[in-house]
Design a protein around this ligand. Sequence first.
Ligand SMILES: *Cc1c(COP(=O)(O)O)cnc(C)c1O
Ligand SMILES: [Zn+2]
Length: 407
Amino acid sequence: LVCTNCKKQYPIDRVYPRCDACSEPLEVGAENFQPNINQGNPLTQTILDRYSAFFPFKKTNNSLSLHEGFTPLVDSPTLAQDLGVARISFKNETQNPTWSFKDRGTVTGLNLALELGYTRIGTVSTGNMAVSVAAYGAKAGLDTIILVSASLPPEKINPIAIYNPTLIKVEGDYGKLYFDSLEIGKENNIYFINSDVPFRVEGSKTIAFEICEQLQFEVPDYVVVPTSSGGNFRGILKGFEEFKLAGLINKIPTMVCAQAAGCSPIYNAFINNQNSITRVDKPNTLCHAIDNPYPPSGNQVLRKLKEYNGIAVAVSDEEVITAQKKMASFGIFGQPDSAVPLAAIEKIHREKKLKKSDTIALIVTGSGLKYPSALEKHRMNILQCGINNLNEAIKSTLRKPTSLKAN
Ligand SMILES: *Cc1c(COP(=O)(O)O)cnc(C)c1O
Ligand SMILES: [Zn+2]
């Protein structure tokens, strides 16, 4: 493991995910990667297997997998035309086993945990990470400790509880819980797969790997990531870096860190040219999957934005809701957080920063079905009629066949 900031090195079995010298996050060091992709059949293969040359595991434990990853990259020619770009695609992470990209990092975290001899895992989360770790812990038959804040509503608790983990609602400072859990984990031999720990970041690399494969190794010009802790952003970028090191691709995309304006510590620091983030006092956004007020990987995301000329964008909740509806018009139903990339690229478009030749990938991180209460924000179009009037009612809605469009 290497410190992302001061480059100090640590053994791979160190569990505490931050540097003793500078407190910044650690990551798995890059090696001289062979350009090897195990060309198996994605219907039966796992991401652990396909990309094993890019993981530091001694061995791959495929039995841990719920067949995460291998998600579609869905083009939208209509949207590309709207934005005046060559190609725009949605990386649809809602098709993962627990409906978010988190499953990728859970399986890589779990692979390491078992390699290190742990029989207990855990996480601190308010949503998707908790669901994911609970599901994988259940499949593996491990003691699984899920810590959530006491204020979490039943709508979010029950989809975790169904997997029957040890689920604890913890009263007190939720930010402190991230660090306390690591200490408690050390004492009790529980491997905590928290938001931005090195082996969760390893899993997110596979999003970049798949995008490269899906685009025949033509790297997109922009990759837009809704960002909270920064773990996923770091992982996706690391994936592109490692494919470039291996000689599989020849450039790194412009990475866009997309945040909700009601909680945008990374964006704030970026536009003010600061090297470190400042805690957001009171997060105020409906995007609860990305409302971490003090992202543990925030400074590292800033360093990477600087290194590669990346961009940070913040969008309002109104823009997010509009984008969520618009994304559905292309057949993709993401949770509000996952519509943030579309809202962000539209903002970049309005600032006339996009070129005709540009290709763009938007990361749709999680499913819209996860948070039904956000749907109340939309004006839905629903008709009603008596069964005897059904034929007329339908007829009145029909368009001429020529006006049908293919999205
Ligand atoms: C976890 C999550 C994010 C944020 O990812 P980070 O790695 O914390 O930056 C974004 N969208 C969804 C749906 C998530 O579940
Ligand atoms: Zn350091």
